[in-house]
Design a protein around this ligand. Structure first.
Ligand SMILES: [Zn+2]
Length: 684
């Protein structure tokens, strides 16, 4: 008898160990506050109480609680007592608990979201003057301490004990066979996958603000750029933020006959920023003249002066971001790196898969063919900055004036637009019933900005569409944006009210709501009862998407590869990051762009400010474009409203399974490549 007991204990201890090893969690097992002896004893006691049938759940639950249990949560005895008292073995009770948890989550999520919307009302909605008090309340986040509160009151541990967490890999493997309810259980299991100490969150937030300030104050005074003869090329009062402003000005120059010289100048500035040879004194200051080619700096009277370069500040910010995020690694047992968190956790597609789709797209020979067409249209050989060629921007062929007239006659006021929502939806093929149901769940407010869509998180609350209608009525630009926002709102309503499980409400990631918004936006003329007069409209649109996706994919790859390099080499100095970023940008360029452009060694893909201020976010853009194309392809010849309803009420399932449900295949750049090839044939 005794011998048998020892044996069981030994097996338990081994299996718990093996189980934990398999959980990645055990990378941090040595750090758990609860000794493994105590964990093993609890598992044994629970098994004795509830039997072997509960073995997997017991192992997993106890391991999950112990990973996050800290000294402040109670002594090991309290840990044991907590597990013994709160483990639910009865399936009926577990299901009731799940139903109630879903509702409690809706209450917390919904009311905090509502509170945020209301507190930001005067900042978002055009209600007249904004006062200091509006900023103070607008910046206040009432839910900031929610997660830690839920750990302190033991709700988090209750969920950890009773609901299994599944890694992305497990979701990929098991998910296809799960019922809707199993998926919803898994989403409950996702609620507590980390416990980041408040001081680390604060440090990171501080770094984000500092870097954001650095970027938002990185303006170049274009009127102060000179050539060898001290000639200027830009308006004296033009200041442009890096990289957005510089890039958009470069794009705008394609429309001008003499734009090339200005584009080359902007490209020089970008290279100086990337290499950090830019004189510090010309950043955000109009005091000096600067020749970006020779890198000479002059006083306004023409006297040349010596002034130091920016001291790798750009890369120091990237380094600081890396260090701040790296400190959080041990707080995320399943995702112990910022790369894993950005992809496995936030995007829910592994980085290898995302990078694989990008590299396949970039390697396609279609890139070279589109490059040749651009070179022909420009009447010159390609330059590296032609990654931003915007001559494919499809113009409808209808004059702006006619469009504005049409829109302002239709929508003289905000109320006119709001009243028309059910009509817009039936025009898009939603049934009368669905159109009315959606229209009653959204409301239109006057926006301060260009447009905005704020969804609800709790049934009973409405989604808000913010749009601008000037006194003389809505204009075409405003309508085009309003259609985009309406797309977001319709998705928000449908995925809140019509997804069968609250825990599955919404979409996998923001890319999926953007894709839907673009589908709406692209049909703005249709809603106005107009058709593009330009016969090449569709082909141009396909080529424009192809070329801009090709650009942003390269940029995103550089971002990914730089972070992989940082995790491997653990840099300490900004110079190291600078060297790596430039080298990686050139490597990606040489692999996928040099052949298309006929030019090697350009570092241009490293210019994006996102790479500095929004770590690992860039990949979301090309993924969004790809999804949009796959959805558009799926919609061909179908009634959009019905098809979208079928696709989007699937809810927040992992992206690759969502895509299979939506279009029958996982994320794939193939439809975009095919559309570009088709367009090439048409344009020849
Ligand atoms: Zn959007």
């Amino acid at each position: 008898m005794f011998k048998y007991q020892v044996c069981i204990l030994l097996i338990l201890s081994v299996s718990l160990g093996v189980f934990l090893e398999g959980q990645q969690t055990l990378a941090h097992k040595q750090n758990t506050y609860i000794p493994s002896k105590v964990q093993t004893q609890v598992v044994q006691d629970l098994l004795a109480k509830y039997g072997q049938g509960q073995q997997d759940r017991i192992f997993k639950g106890v391991a999950q609680v112990s990973v996050f249990w800290k000294k402040q949560d109670g002594k090991p005895e309290e840990f044991s007592q907590f597990c013994m008292e709160n483990f639910i073995a009865d399936p009926a009770e577990l299901n009731r608990t799940f139903q109630k948890l879903s509702r409690y989550q809706e209450i917390l999520g919904g009311l905090y979201n509502k509170m945020g919307l209301e507190l930001q009302w005067n900042l978002q909605v055009d209600t007249g003057a904004i006062d200091k008090i509006d900023y103070l309340y607008g910046a206040y986040d009432p839910s900031a301490h929610l997660t830690e509160d839920l750990y302190q009151n033991k709700i988090a541990f209750f969920i950890l004990l009773n609901f299994s967490y599944f890694s992305l890999q497990e979701k990929v493997e098991l998910g296809p066979n799960w019922t809707r309810e199993q998926w919803a259980y898994a989403r409950i299991g996702d609620l507590f996958d980390s416990r980041v100490p408040a001081n680390l969150i604060q440090k990171y937030s501080k770094q984000l603000v500092e870097t954001d300030t650095y970027i938002s104050e990185y303006n170049i005074y274009m009127g102060n750029l000179v050539d060898e003869a001290k000639k200027t090329y830009f308006p004296s009062d033009l200041s442009l933020i890096s990289h957005w402003g510089l890039r958009d000005e470069l794009k705008a120059q394609y429309a001008l006959a003499d734009g090339l010289v200005r584009q080359q100048m902007i490209y020089q500035v970008m290279q100086r920023i990337i290499h950090q040879t830019i004189p510090k004194a010309v950043i955000n200051s109009d005091a000096l003249l600067w020749n970006p080619v020779t890198n000479q700096v002059f006083q306004k009277d023409g006297t040349e002066i010596q002034t130091p370069a920016e001291p790798y500040t750009r890369y120091n910010h990237i380094l600081a971001m890396y260090q701040a995020l790296k400190k959080m690694d041990s707080s995320y047992p399943y995702y112990p790196s910022a790369i894993k968190r950005a992809f496995d956790l936030d995007m829910e597609i592994p980085v290898e898969e995302v990078a694989g789709v990008f590299e396949e797209f970039l390697a396609s020979p279609t890139g070279k063919k589109v490059g040749e067409l651009i070179s022909k249209r420009l009447g010159r050989s390609l330059q590296p900055f032609d990654i931003w060629y915007d001559g494919f921007k499809p113009r409808s062929g209808i004059s702006q004036e006619i469009l504005d007239q049409k829109v302002s006659a239709k929508y003289a006021t905000i109320a006119d637009f709001e009243k028309d929502v059910p009509n817009i939806l039936t025009q898009l093929g939603f049934s009368q019933k669905t159109a009315e149901h959606i229209a009653t769940k959204l409301t239109v407010d006057p926006a301060r900005g260009a447009g905005h869509a704020a969804g609800a998180e709790m049934r009973g609350f409405k989604a808000h569409l913010r749009t601008r209608v000037p006194k003389h009525g809505m204009d075409y630009k405003g309508f085009n944006i309003a259609m985009h926002e309406l797309g977001h709102n319709v998705e928000q309503v449908m995925t809140l009210y019509d997804v069968d499980q609250y825990m599955l409400h919404g979409v996998p990631t923001t890319a999926f709501t953007e894709a839907w918004a673009f589908v709406f936006q692209a049909r703005d003329l249709e809603i106005l009862g107009m058709k593009p007069e330009n016969p090449d409209y569709k082909a141009l649109k396909a080529l424009d998407s192809f070329w801009s996706t090709r650009e942003i994919m390269g940029v995103a790859l550089v971002d990914i590869k730089l972070w992989q390099w940082m995790y491997k080499h653990r840099p300490q100095k900004p110079e190291q990051v600078a060297e790596a970023a430039t080298r990686i940008a050139i490597e990606v360029w040489n692999k996928y762009y040099a052949d298309v452009f006929g030019i090697a060694d350009s570092p241009i893909l490293a210019i994006y400010s996102h790479m500095v201020a929004y770590p690992l976010y860039l990949s979301a853009y090309p993924v969004g474009h790809i999804i949009e194309f796959q959805l558009e392809k799926q919609m061909e010849g179908k009634v959009i409203g019905q098809e979208m309803e079928r696709i989007y009420t699937y809810g927040r399932i992992i992206p690759q399974l969502w895509m299979k449900h939506a279009v029958g295949s996982p994320l794939s750049a193939q439809p975009m490549l095919e559309a570009a090839q088709e367009a090439l044939t048409k344009m020849r």
